[in-house]
Design a protein. Structure first.
Length: 125
C-alpha cells in the first residue's frame, strides 16, 4: 500500500488509478464513436420504403378508415387495406374492404369485398 500526502494508506496506487482512468476514457471514446457512426451513417435504422401510387391515382392511403353519418343518422364505416382516390372522377377505389352500415333504427349490415368503389358525387358504393 502507498501513503498519500496526508499519510493515509491508499488501497490502489497511482499507477492503478491511471490505468483505470485511461481504460474508462478509451471505453467512453469507443461508445461515443459507435453512437456517432450509427447516428450519421443511418446504419441500424429500419428503412421504410413507401409504395408509389400508380399514375392514374391522385391519392393513396394504406389502412384506410372512414366514418360518415348520413341522412336519418345512418352511419357508414369503411375500412380497407388500401384506398385510392381519383379526383377527376370523384371515385375512391378500395382493396380488401369492409363496409358497415348502421341504420337509425339499429339495423346493422356488414359487407366484405376483395375490391370496391365509392362515388362521392352520387354517394354510390
Amino acid at each position: 500500500m502507498n501513503r498519500n500526502e496526508k499519510g493515509e494508506h491508499d488501497i490502489i496506487g497511482n499507477t492503478e488509478r491511471r490505468r483505470i482512468l485511461v481504460g474508462a476514457a478509451v471505453l467512453i471514446i469507443i461508445i461515443a464513436s459507435v453512437i456517432f457512426y450509427y447516428a450519421f451513417t443511418g446504419k441500424g435504422h429500419n428503412e421504410v420504403v413507401l409504395p408509389v401510387p400508380s399514375q392514374d391515382v391522385d391519392l393513396q392511403v394504406n389502412r384506410f378508415h372512414y366514418t360518415e353519418v348520413g341522412q336519418g343518422d345512418t352511419e357508414w364505416v369503411i375500412d380497407a387495406d388500401t384506398a385510392k382516390y381519383d379526383k377527376d372522377k370523384k371515385i375512391a377505389y378500395f382493396d380488401a374492404v369492409t363496409i358497415k352500415i348502421i341504420a337509425s333504427r339499429g339495423q346493422r349490415y356488414t359487407i366484405n369485398g376483395k375490391n370496391g368503389s365509392y362515388n362521392r358525387e352520387k354517394k354510390n358504393m
